[in-house]
Design a protein around this ligand. Structure first.
Ligand code: ATP
Ligand code: MG
Length: 403
């Protein structure tokens, strides 16, 4: 079956009133970017649907695979273009249904006429095409209310368009329609999922990772690059800022009372993320925190950590259960990477008994004896920025394991 077009339905975007055009333009651009290595196709956008007119039908499957993960698409359908002659339409119809139906499939035809001059009206079209398909494809059952396969036939003045399949899209909003945020990306399970949730709401991300060599190995850095690349699968590319964090972490370890080291470490991470946010023109900071998961994720802790910035700190997983987070991680393909064993900078310095109810004044007092401003400036200055594309694989031979 030759697929000539793909019909895309927007879902949520079409409710966006005056901003709708901006959203549609962004979606159009994101689709073109995701397929930039393929033969160019023409995109025609309407109020609540978009049509891709393919120039190379052989690439239809590849394009549809990519459409499945582009946010802002509710669903899409492969469409076959037929001449207006009824026999030709019937022939396409039976072939199309054959390609998706199995024994006992519940089936219905739904014809629409944009061109009212066509010699048959919609009832006649439904009857003629339906009875032909039933003859040609054995085992179908007609079902008007809840068909499994609905063959839509759209008669236009230039051609007739047929489609028998609706494929679920990723939903959400087109990435970039919601400005930009920095994602604090550890090597764990939660932060990649938090990033995914924000991308799904249209937010473009730059990732920030705190790296403490030699306490954290090259392998743990590779793991984070891999995760950033997996997130890039949804947006085309993700910039990753790798912040050298050893000096700050060691200083905290030496000079802040042990039960407050974790709080202070998080505060410094947030201050640096805030700097990077400003530098990159992002509007918010995203973390993978989830209430009650670990010591730093109590409300008191968040209050003490959050006190270092006025920037919005978004925590999309705050009320999620771990089991739900794991399920999403599996669905989006970050799970296997996240569970690789390589240590994170925080696990290594984690005190035996971190304060679960730290006081903001106390931690600020402990920090007041240290010139963190200068260390933060230095860390930001020496931050390495790399752009990750989908499909990044670390080169095994080049890995240096420091342990
Ligand atoms: P995750 O599964 O994302 O690692 P977690 O449950 O292990 O989260 P924490 O270790 O307390 O929780 O970290 C809370 C959040 O702080 C993380 O979700 C992440 O956003 C941020 N974070 C922690 N460590 C780092 C790091 N090394 N680099 C960047 N961000 C970090
Ligand atoms: Mg972690």
């Amino acid at each position: 079956m030759q697929i000539d077009r793909i019909l895309i339905r927007y879902g949520e975007i079409s409710t966006k009133g005056r901003n709708r055009n901006k959203f549609i333009k962004r979606l159009q651009q994101n689709i073109a970017d995701a397929c930039s290595d393929l033969t160019r196709f023409h995109i025609e956008s309407g109020r609540d649907r978009m049509h891709l007119e393919l120039n190379n039908a052989d690439e239809a499957d590849q394009i549809m695979d990519r459409l499945k993960i582009i946010f802002g698409i509710q669903s899409f359908s492969p469409v076959v273009k037929s001449g207006r002659d009824l026999d030709e339409v019937k022939n396409h119809a039976s072939q199309l249904v054959k390609s998706v139906a199995t024994e006992g499939t519940l089936f219905k035809v739904k014809a629409r006429r944009a061109d009212k001059n066509y010699p048959l009206d919609t009832n006649e079209l439904n009857y003629e095409i339906g009875s032909h398909v039933l003859r040609e494809v054995p085992g179908l059952k007609v079902e008007m209310k809840k068909p499994e396969v609905e063959l839509t036939v759209e008669v236009r003045s230039e051609a007739v368009y047929l489609s028998a399949q609706t494929i679920q899209g990723a939903g959400g909003m087109p990435i970039g329609s919601g400005n930009k945020a920095v994602l604090m990306l550890s090597g764990g399970l939660d932060s990649p999922v938090a990033g995914y949730q924000m991308m799904k709401r249209g937010v473009e991300l730059e990732a920030v990772h705190f790296f403490s060599p030699p306490f954290t190995s090259e392998k743990s850095k590779e793991k984070v690059k891999q995760l950033a690349s997996e997130l890039a699968g949804f947006s085309g590319s993700v910039k990753l800022h790798i912040v050298p964090f050893t000096k700050i972490q060691q200083t905290i370890h030496q000079q802040v009372p042990e039960n407050y080291t974790m709080t202070s470490t998080r505060r410094m991470m947030l201050r640096i993320s805030d700097e990077i946010k400003n530098k990159t023109g992002a509007r918010a900071i995203v973390t993978g925190e989830s209430l009650g998961q670990v010591a730093s994720q109590t409300l008191e802790s968040m209050e003490a950590i959050n006190a270092v910035t006025h920037a919005p700190v978004l925590r999309p997983l705050i009320a999620s259960d771990k089991t739900d987070i794991i399920e999403i991680a599996k669905k989006i393909g970050t799970y296997e990477t996240s569970i690789l064993p390589y240590e994170d900078c925080c696990t290594i310095f984690t005190p035996a008994a971190p304060k679960t109810r730290p006081k903001t004044e106390k931690v600020a007092f402990y920090e007041s004896f240290i010139d963190f401003d200068e260390m933060i400036r230095e860390a930001v200055e020496n931050t390495e920025v790399i752009t990750l594309k989908p499909g990044y694989q670390s080169d095994e031979d080049e890995e240096i394991d420091l342990f």
